[in-house]
Write a protein that binds this ligand. Sequence first.
Ligand code: TYD
Length: 208
Amino acid sequence: MSSAKKGRFIVFEGLDGSGKGTQIRLLEKRLSEIGRSVALTAEPTDSALGGIIRDALSGDPVRSPSELAAIFLSDRIRHCSDKKKGIKVLLESGKDVICDRYYFSSFAYQGIDTDIDWVIDMNLNCPEIIRPDICIFLDVDPDTCMERIDSSRAFTEIYEKASTLSRIRKRFFDVFERLGDTENIMIVDASRSPEEISEEIANALSRL
Ligand code: TYD
């Protein structure tokens, strides 16, 4: 990563329905209040590749896990390196970047059905892909996530089944154990109130 990086790169991860959106908004507010300039972003992105991914997540067309891992990778490369609004440019301009999902999602979601070593290698060894300063994982049990998804939306995506979410959650934990020495990962019990969770995250970030 460029030595010109000035902002912090904060990634939120969690199962679908784990409350990332709420925590991202609360953190943005806290950081803005202490005078930080914050940029919010997310994966899949709103690029043409993001559109291809969203179609696949809805199940039409059906894409293989490896194909999906490769499309997410391409979307991520562009997300990092876009000359106007890429993560690298934002960090170099001094903004803190908060990203809703990043390569840990590829490891956990695509990693349940394809070669996880290949997915990890191609992301971590890609020169354009930036390492986050911290990954905050919001841990909520899969049944609660499914209840939240069912009550908030009329449609579900390909991963949104309790049994699949359980496998993905396990994969997240396998990955965190494996990468714990090289990645800064914070696991948060996200079954508590949004305010309590936000407080814990803010305390951890103040030590960054
Ligand atoms: P989306 O509905 O856009 O948002 P949310 O994060 O709120 O669930 O869902 C994104 C989906 O894409 C989610 O099911 C996780 C999945 N995903 C992957 O499978 N691999 C990835 O690399 C990323 C970034 C996301």
